[in-house]
Design a protein around this ligand. Structure first.
Ligand SMILES: [Zn+2]
Length: 106
């Protein structure tokens, strides 16, 4: 089900400490059933000074969250929804919103 979320989708977190937050999907990690969502589940990493981070210090970065913790925010009806698969007349497989039934993909 949730595996049909793709990069650049907007999702909303439905459970856990980030519940209610929205963001754009930066990447999907299908092997682990996880997604990285912009500005959600930020972790701080203490960096030692290195060639890349000359000063060291604290780096803030999104940590992946489980895909079952998010729902797609439908770009048509603007509601969190599950995804239905639809086959168009020309044979293309696209995603559709289960709430408003509109096709999500172009
Ligand atoms: Zn919709």
């Amino acid at each position: 089900m949730g595996l049909t979320i793709k990069k650049d989708d907007t999702v909303v977190v439905i459970t856990g400490k980030n519940k209610g937050k929205q963001g754009r999907v930066l990447s999907v990690i299908p092997r682990k059933n996880r997604v990285v969502v912009e500005r959600v589940n930020i972790v701080k990493r203490h960096m030692k000074p290195s060639a890349k981070y000359r000063e060291g210090g604290i780096l803030e970065k999104e940590a992946p969250i489980h895909i079952s913790n998010v729902m797609l925010l439908c770009p048509r009806c603007n509601k969190p929804t599950r995804i239905a698969n639809r086959i168009l007349d020309d044979g293309r497989k696209v995603r559709a919103c289960k709430k408003c039934k509109e096709v999500i993909d172009q």
